[in-house]
Design a binder for this molecule. Structure first.
Ligand code: NDP
Length: 444
């Protein structure tokens, strides 16, 4: 049995109750075959794959807090510190009722390769809780964040582990978490990224994932002799990534016509009104029905359905496994040419294979959404320097990083004889740097 197959068997047996983690490992290891086979003996001897699929550490903890009715509540908190071979653990915190160890291990595993692709010195981690922020008051959010940090602060630090936001964790939550960290430790240090501009945040961090997604998509189009100009773009999600993907899509000449949340979706043939979307989602924290009510051209539908709208480019920016095989077939049948992932693993394995087999240019999230974590690393640099860079400086660096990532994927895919397969390109390019660092550091 090949080394890859052996490890896949082991991962499935040892983590049978973790489907998302198994899915991520299967996707990555399968596409790494050509790189692993070149050095199979050495990797086997050093147990590289056994080590790379096993988190260095996972902490789970109780998060007790009191709601507005005076009732005590308990959630489960996690931090998965996956791999620190190339830098301090770095990855977001997710607050969502679906959060469990499988989801955080899948996200942490993917993060290792993504962070490597940015070219910056950051390892991979992920964390969060099954706490549901929906419908909670500001005071309840603060109570939860303070309790969560009261346990988490023992395991993080500016040179060890630097969490950031993810689903359910935006500027408000980062503020509460940071305040509690500072109170507990007395340290004013860059232990979290995504901070407010008044206390060590970086310009462009808020926009970075969505903007980066469009920069890399644009570079891919350019290298195929095309542009974003006049393209119809279908976007899912209406959170941080989706909103700034929509904003940058306009700036590059495209026309985004959809967005969604977990209850329904909008088709706006005139193009999504990004100012209105921000007002509804960032200010009022309301549902998309409010967008539809304020915008005569918008059609609101319950449930899911953005992938049924004919488009040139599809940008899944909501959550994992939101674009399945049927959706992929619909996109292809409707003439879509590009799928670039803003979310983490939004496309199922079968859907990805179908899209690639049908000539779609497919950019995997670990490359195309790396702009967020890259800008987080730029925030860490600014914090260490105790300086703030200008918007233009950060934006130019973000753009450079995304352009470099694209060419790294493209060159790696060509080197391994799979030109245009950016999934393989991303996995191999990310893997090589981490593995070289692990080999140099011995069996740790
Ligand atoms: P947000 O919480 O800001 O937004 C998530 C959006 O997705 C919301 O509109 C949410 O709707 C929607 N959504 C969630 N679950 C579903 C579902 N099952 N069906 C339809 N819509 C759904 O999160 P982000 O924008 O930050 O993150 C989105 C994705 O991007 C995640 O996969 C995240 O891991 C990834 N990512 C984020 C980065 C960042 O910098 N923020 C960096 C890299 C990746 P509702 O409000 O109803 O829940």
């Amino acid at each position: 049995m090949s080394y890859v197959d052996e490890i896949l068997e082991q991962v499935k047996a040892k983590n049978a109750h973790e489907p998302e983690f198994i899915q991520a490992v299967t996707e990555v290891l399968t596409s790494l075959r050509p790189a692993i086979e070149r050095d199979e003996e050495k990797y086997r001897k050093e147990a590289i794959l056994e080590r790379i699929v096993e988190p260095e550490r996972i902490v789970t903890f109780r998060v007790p807090w009191v709601d507005d009715k005076g009732q005590a509540q308990v959630n489960r908190g996690y931090r998965v510190q996956f791999n620190s071979a190339i830098g301090p653990y770095k990855g977001g915190l997710r607050l969502h009722p679906s959060v469990n160890q499988s989801i955080l291990k899948f996200l942490g595993f993917e993060q290792v390769f993504k962070n490597s692709l940015t070219g910056l010195p950051i390892g991979g981690g992920k964390g969060g809780s099954d706490f549901d922020p929906k419908g909670k008051s500001d005071r309840e959010i603060m109570a939860f964040c303070q309790s969560f940090m009261t346990e988490l602060y023992k395991y993080i630090g500016k040179d060890t582990d630097v969490p950031a936001g993810d689903i359910g964790v935006g500027a408000r939550e980062i503020g509460y978490l940071y305040g509690q960290y500072k109170r507990l430790t007395g340290l004013y240090e860059g232990v979290l990224t995504g901070k407010g501009l008044a206390y060590g945040g970086s310009l462009v961090r808020t926009e970075a994932t969505g903007y980066g997604l469009l920069y890399i998509t644009n570079e891919m189009l350019k290298s195929h002799g095309d542009t974003m100009e006049g393209k119809t773009i279908v976007v899912s999600g209406s959170g941080n990534v989706a909103t700034y993907a929509i904003e940058k899509a306009y700036q590059l000449g495209g026309k985004p016509v959809t967005c969604c949340d977990s209850t329904g979706w909008i088709y706006d043939p005139e193009g999504i009104d990004v100012a209105l979307l921000k007002e509804v989602k960032e200010v009022k924290r309301a549902r998309l029905t409010e967008y539809a009510a304020a915008r005569p051209s918008a059609q609101y539908h319950e449930g899911r359905g953005v992938w049924t709208i004919p488009c040139d480019i599809a940008l899944p920016c909501a959550t994992q496994n939101e674009l399945n095989l049927d959706d992929a077939k619909t996109l292809v049948a409707n003439g879509c040419k590009v799928v670039a992932e803003g979310a983490n693993m939004p496309t199922t394995l079968e859907a990805t294979e179908y899209l690639q087999a049908n000539g779609i240019l497919f950019l995997p999230g670990k490359a195309s959404n790396a702009g967020g974590v890259a800008t987080s690393a730029l925030e860490m640099s600014q914090n260490s320097e105790r300086l703030s860079w200008t918007r233009e400086e950060v934006d130019a660096k973000l753009k450079d990083i995304m352009v470099n990532i694209y060419h790294n994927l493209d060159d790696t895919a060509k080197e391994y004889g799979v030109e245009g397969n950016y999934v393989v390109g991303a996995n191999i390019a990310g893997f090589k740097k981490v593995v070289n660092a692990m080999l140099a550091q011995g069996i740790v």
